[in-house]
Design a protein around this ligand. Structure first.
Ligand code: EPU
Length: 421
């Protein structure tokens, strides 16, 4: 069994370069199934989720290669096939195969995805979108089936702002006849990135990044080269880690605009955030008394739910009472019980965490409960006295490229150890 052994107390200093965005990559790579010709996708993070998609596309019969951050896919000669269950169930984002395969073959059969357990994860809005394009959908025995004689553009009003449904409907609509309008669409940076990728390949998508997206169907897409945006959440994780260890870190290869909600909460706490063209510097000296705050997660441009465990962790040692309200996922405070084992004082009441700052955290054995909670536990380990042993690293490896190497380069004492049982 692998674990991270984290010795607390280091103050992070230096520079870190952020990788390509996971949540853009996991949609853009399946989108290449819609393209006639070779797609060269650059700045792709080497994380488990991407390796799984590579294997899925390979099993489906696409020509794929992935080396040094460059992912090449040629799905020109692909014939219809159902997605392999054993691989699909390992990641949540495999639902993008439904939109991509429906768009390409007018037919898709994909096992219900796995991924982080954050509470119920319905896909009714995805289904609503596919149905507005003329598809029939059903979920039977854990498998989602979607099929259409032909896809014709339609209007979809999302009842809930959903990143996945917005992107999946875009995938199904790019090759449909006529125009599709998605209202109450999600506005996350990775939605704009998927639209930009598809447009580079010949699609006609307007309005991505606003809450109304219009997709005018085109006859076909052609191959090309595209580079994925930097990962907003990886950048935010290092910003919080810099503040939590009272460090001084230059976080490079970021789009500062994407980080505004995170920067502004850190500044409200008294942390210094300097913005440059494609980097941010986060610093905070030991003497600064940080302020308690209230955080409410919201779809973009609000404070991201994927930064919620990290900000809760930073607040654990801020004196006074801070409040964090989770508005996106029903079950995203499961990790709090782990942090309590380090001496954290947090009470969870429904979707609200009430954090009473403590003077000290102490290292403890912890189990990562999901991807972002795992990253938060690394930060908690750096803040704590003594050693923290972090298990269930598969969650972290799904979504962070070289996490411990990046932290180590900033002066953290983190080692990955194989424990012999
Ligand atoms: N929802 C529905 N019906 C649907 C779809 C979603 O009710 O058909 C609800 C969900 O239950 C949730 C809310 O809508 O309460 C938002 O879900 P959304 O569809 O936006 O989430 P997602 O697309 O499944 C992506 C990210 C998550 C991130 C959320 C919110 C990927 C692969 N995953 O999930 O990322 O938390 O958007 O921003 O893009 C992570 O990276 O750690 C992660 C969990």
């Amino acid at each position: 069994m692998e674990k991270l052994v984290i010795r607390g107390g280091a103050c992070l200093q230096g520079e870190v370069t952020i990788s390509g965005a996971k949540n853009a990559a996991v949609a853009i790579i399946p989108a290449a199934l819609l393209v006639n010709g070779k797609c060269r996708i650059e700045n792709v993070p080497e994380i488990q989720d991407v390796l799984i998609i590579r294997d899925i596309l390979d099993k489906l019969g696409a020509k794929v290669s992935f080396e040094h951050g460059v992912f090449e896919v040629d799905a020109t000669d692909l014939a219809y096939n159902s997605a392999p269950y054993e691989l699909v169930r390992k990641m949540r984002a495999s639902y993008y195969l439904i939109g991509a395969m429906l768009g390409r073959f007018h037919k898709a059969e994909v096992a219900m995805p796995g991924g982080c357990d954050l509470g119920p994860r319905p896909i009714d809005q995805h289904q609503k979108g596919f149905e507005a394009l003329g598809a029939q959908t059903k979920v039977v025995g854990g498998v989602i089936y979607a099929e259409a004689e032909k896809l014709v553009g339609g209007n979809v009003y999302l009842d809930i702002v959903s990143v996945g449904a917005t992107m999946n409907i875009m995938l199904a609509a790019v090759l449909a006849e006529g125009t599709t309008t998605i209202e109450n669409a999600a506005r996350e940076p990775h939605i704009v990135d998927l639209a930009n990728f598809l447009n580079v390949m010949g699609a006609n998508i307007k309005g991505a990044g606003t809450d109304v997206i219009k997709i005018k169907g085109v006859k076909s897409l052609v191959g090309g080269t595209y580079s994925i945006i930097p990962d907003q959440i990886e950048a935010g994780t290092f910003m919080v880690a810099a503040a939590a260890t009272r460090g001084n870190v230059l976080i490079k290869n970021v789009i500062p605009k994407h980080l505004e909600s995170i920067s502004s909460k850190l500044e409200e706490m008294g942390v210094t955030v300097e913005e440059f063209d494609d980097s941010v510097r986060v610093s905070c000296d030991k003497e600064t008394k940080l302020n308690k705050i209230i955080v409410k997660t919201q779809p973009y441009p609000g404070f991201p739910t994927d930064m919620q465990p990290q900000i809760v962790t930073l607040l654990l040692m801020v004196s006074g009472t801070s409040t964090v309200v989770e508005n996106v996922w029903e079950g995203r405070f499961r990790y709090v019980d782990e942090l309590k084992r380090m001496g954290a004082n947090v009470r969870v009441d429904g979707n609200i965490a009430i954090i009473e700052g403590v003077e000290e955290l102490t290292g403890a054995p912890l189990h990562a409960t999901d991807l972002r909670a795992g990253a938060a536990m690394v930060i908690a380990g750096l803040m704590a006295k003594g050693n923290t042993e972090l298990y269930e690293l598969r969650h972290i490896d799904r979504g962070y490229e070289n996490l411990e190497a990046k932290f180590t380069a900033l002066g953290a004492d983190i080692r990955r150890v194989i424990e012999v049982e």
